[in-house]
Each structure stands twice: as structure tokens, then as C-alpha cells.
Design a protein around this ligand. Structure first.
Ligand SMILES: C[S@@+](CC[C@H](N)C(=O)[O-])C[C@H]1O[C@@H](n2cnc3c(N)ncnc32)[C@H](O)[C@@H]1O
Length: 202
């Protein structure tokens, strides 16, 4: 057990080292530059090395950044004293986290790591936490993903299931990616990803 936890921590550390200088997700850039000019309170779930949290803060958002791993120092080293005032880090499993009211939930490549039987509960919590006229920007893994059927403790959704999550939202942008591209460690993988930018309307 101990060896397994140490193994996971080592994998995470390698992952954070490799993704520290990643580009900001293009969907987040699109959201900030083309969709919403107002700022407010954002929550990033599964923030990893913090490149997207940094971008949000530098664009005027207050951010609660969450991760199950201890990435607080990685986040802090990206920000100056003024910017740090806009950051709160919560190290917790997002399945158990209480979500404050917010104007944006951003979750990139992280919600699929929610256990399948806990996903609906997590989604209800996310939806409730977003103010009317607030946004969700994030992604979900589809059932054609290479990990589907192999990683039992993750969540994979069909296109219809993804759409059903957004009954109370206006979908502003929806994108499906279903192809091979490299993981952070350079190995190729077949990814099936749905990207959604949506505004909560009721
Ligand atoms: C693939 S990384 C993506 C990181 C970042 N969002 C990005 O786009 O670069 C997934 C992140 O989600 C975090 N994570 C996985 N399961 C989690 C959970 N149950 N609660 C909170 N964070 C979780 C991992 O520690 C990791 O930092």
C-alpha cells in the first residue's frame, strides 16, 4: 500500500514537472478573450501545476484552486504579492469538497478522475455552486477513449450524457476530440474528449 502511494506521488511529481511550463488551455484563452469580459470568483478543480489558475488570476479573477496533491508551492511561485491575494488553495478530493458560490468553474482534464459512482453527485454540486449567468469551462472523457473499460475508477460519458449535464445552461462552445496525441510523458494515447464552454441560465 505504502509503495503504491509513493508510486502515485512520484508519478504526480513527474507530471507536474513536465506540465509546469505547459501552454494555457486554448479553451480558457478563448473564454477569457472572446466570451466573458467580466471577472469574479472562479474555482479550478484539479489545477495541477497551475498554469490555468495563473492565467485566470493575471486576468483579474479570484481563484480557489483545488487539487488532491500538494501543489500549493507550485501555484505560489507563479504569482507576485498582489496576485497571491487572489489565490486560495484547497488540497482535497473534489468529490468531497464544498464548493463556494462562484462565477466560473474551470476543470480541465480532471473531472474524468472522479469515480464513476460519485460523478453525478459531483456534477450536482458543481452546477449548484455556479451563479446564474456564471460559466462552466471544462472537459469530459468519452467512451471511445483508450482508457475506457481499463480504468474502472474513472468517469467516461457519451456525447448525450454530456449534453444532459447542461440542461440548465446555454452551450456556447462544444468540441469533440477523438484522436491520437501524446500524453505529458510523450507516449501516444487515443483520447476522446468533449470540451464545453457553457453559461448557466437558470
Ligand atoms: C491530468 S491532470 C490536469 C491538470 C490541469 N488541470 C491541467 O490541465 O494541466 C489531473 C489533475 O487532477 C488532479 N486530481 C485527480 N483526481 C482528483 C480528485 N479526486 N480531486 C482533486 N484533484 C484531483 C490530479 O492531481 C492532477 O493534478
Amino acid at each position: 500500500m505504502r509503495r503504491r502511494i509513493e508510486g502515485r506521488m512520484k508519478d504526480s511529481k513527474d507530471f507536474f514537472k513536465k506540465t509546469k511550463n505547459d501552454n494555457v488551455r486554448k479553451e480558457l484563452k478563448y473564454f477569457i478573450n472572446k466570451v466573458e469580459h467580466k471577472t469574479g470568483k472562479a474555482i479550478e478543480l484539479g489545477c495541477g501545476a497551475g498554469v490555468n489558475t495563473e492565467y485566470l488570476i493575471k486576468n483579474g479573477w479570484e481563484v480557489i484552486a483545488n487539487d488532491i496533491e500538494d501543489v500549493e508551492s507550485l501555484l505560489k511561485e507563479r504569482l507576485n504579492e498582489e496576485e497571491l491575494k487572489k489565490l486560495k488553495f484547497v488540497r482535497q478530493n473534489f468529490e468531497e469538497m464544498e464548493l463556494e458560490e462562484n462565477d466560473l468553474v474551470f476543470a480541465c482534464n480532471s473531472l474524468p478522475f472522479c469515480e464513476n459512482d460519485k460523478f453525478q453527485n459531483l456534477w450536482t454540486k458543481i452546477e449548484k455552486s455556479i451563479n446564474v449567468n456564471g460559466f462552466f469551462v471544462g472537459d469530459f472523457f468519452g467512451v471511445k477513449d483508450e482508457w475506457y473499460g481499463k480504468r474502472k475508477n474513472m468517469t467516461f460519458l457519451t456525447r448525450e450524457q454530456v449534453f444532459r449535464l447542461f440542461n440548465n445552461f446555454e452551450i456556447i462552445d462544444f468540441n469533440e476530440r477523438n484522436n491520437m496525441f501524446p500524453k505529458a510523458n510523450g507516449e501516444m494515447k487515443h483520447w476522446h474528449i468533449f470540451w464545453v464552454i457553457a453559461k448557466k441560465i437558470k
